[in-house]
Design a protein around this ligand. Structure first.
Ligand SMILES: C[S@@+](CC[C@H](N)C(=O)[O-])C[C@H]1O[C@@H](n2cnc3c(N)ncnc32)[C@H](O)[C@@H]1O
Ligand code: SF4
Length: 346
């Protein structure tokens, strides 16, 4: 018998994680399951977006096969995102099929990043498929501002979605993008609100991804300024808490809750990067901030065996870049990258 073969009393050994050229273990895969969305957030999309032809998208079965290949290669955490992942038709079948990796112990976690609009419908089902945590993006508690930021969104529907998620036993984290002159006065209230409901909150700097028909300089608010303003109202205690991601956390003494900052523009977090991203067409991006990518759809479709797919994944990880260098300043008003966040998945 093969020495590594599992027996009843000896479970299958964990696959060794993929290691990139900078000695980082790649254990986290973010998957954009659709580039479409029921909102049109001003920092994310232009009002009239051209979406990918449906025929270019991976089917749900292909997405399952792709995710499962990464799990076999040592990925321990999957995040489904988009676009809005929960508007993809039949998406619950993907959560359902991927849940086998949680049951077998091959995967530690499946999470979702969502705008919350479909959570009333899906929260309980998600929990049933083993999802324990969801990130909900919410930049304001003012219904008019919410409509202005998302162009099409309804705040009440999102709040009802958060209620449903918590009622279903999902742990909710709020993500808020800091927008100059839009929600900067409100961020302290948003923190109090989130913590009052037992939710962590992370504030994100606007990143220069995709042409959105507006000037990024008008939106950009450095988090150093956000933090200084929050420190006028709250005592922010440094803590060690890390999720393996780019957020740096503090504990707000007055609320007892956790507050994260994601600062791609003013702070480089690449040295501990453990993640790669797949688009809904099967393109693998080794870095959110770089153009280099690998097509995994062709090897996926070329054969029913996964050998070519594994080889393409290995080859891509071997050229994961060291990091990104986003810049928004007066000389660089164009997006650093032409693709939108909704394509690569936030
Ligand atoms: C692209 S969305 C996809 C998932 C889902 N539709 C949502 O809104 O949560 C993921 C995250 O990216 C953030 N985002 C989108 N465009 C961004 C940008 N240009 N800079 C910073 N964050 C951005 C959103 O606020 C959201 O929290
Ligand atoms: S941030 Fe999320 S909800 Fe807003 S337009 Fe982009 S994908 Fe849609």
């Amino acid at each position: 018998m093969d020495a590594a073969a599992p027996t009843l009393d000896r479970p299958a050994a964990r696959p060794a994680p993929m290691i990139d050229p900078f000695n980082r273990a790649i254990t986290y895969l973010r998957v954009s399951v659709t580039d479409r969305c029921d909102f049109r957030c001003v920092y994310c999309m232009s009002e009239h977006m051209a979406f990918l032809p449906k025929a270019d998208l991976l089917t749900l079965e292909e997405l399952d096969r792709l995710c499962s290949a990464f799990v076999a290669k040592g990925v321990r955490k999957l995040r489904l995102t988009g676009g809005e992942p929960l508007v993809r038709r039949g998406i619950m079948t993907l959560f359902s099929s991927l849940s086998r990796h949680l049951q077998s112990g091959s995967l530690d976690e499946i999470t979702v990043t969502t705008n919350g609009s479909q959570l009333v419908k899906y929260a309980a089902e998600l929990r049933g498929y083993g999802v324990e945590r969801v990130n909900v993006s919410l930049d304001t508690l003012d219904p008019d501002k919410f409509r202005a930021i998302t162009r099409w969104g309804d705040l009440a529907q999102v709040i009802a979605g958060i209620d449903a998620a918590q009622a279903a036993g999902l742990k909710v984290k709020i993500n808020a993008v800091a927008l100059k002159g839009v929600n900067e006065d409100e961020l302290a209230d948003l923190v109090s609100w989130a913590h009052g409901r037992g939710m962590d909150i992370t504030v994100i700097e606007v990143m220069p991804l995709g042409d959105i028909g507006e000037d990024r300089l008008d939106q950009y608010l450095p988090l150093s300024m956000v933090r200084a303003r929050l420190a006028e109202r709250f005592t922010l205690d440094e803590i060690d808490y890390r999720t393996g991601g780019p957020a740096r956390y503090v504990r707000v003494r007055e609320t007892g809750g956790r507050l994260g900052f994601i600062t791609p523009m003013t702070h480089n977090f690449c040295e501990s990067c453990n993640r790669v991203r797949i688009t809904c067409t099967g393109t693998l991006f080794m870095c959110l901030g770089q153009e280099d990518a690998a097509d995994l759809r062709a090897p996926l479709r070329a054969s029913e065996s996964d050998a070519a797919l594994y080889a393409a994944i290995d080859e891509a990880i071997a050229r994961k870049p060291k990091g990104h260098d986003f810049i928004i300043d007066r000389r660089h008003k164009r997006p650093a990258l032409s693709r939108h966040m909704s394509v690569t998945g936030g």
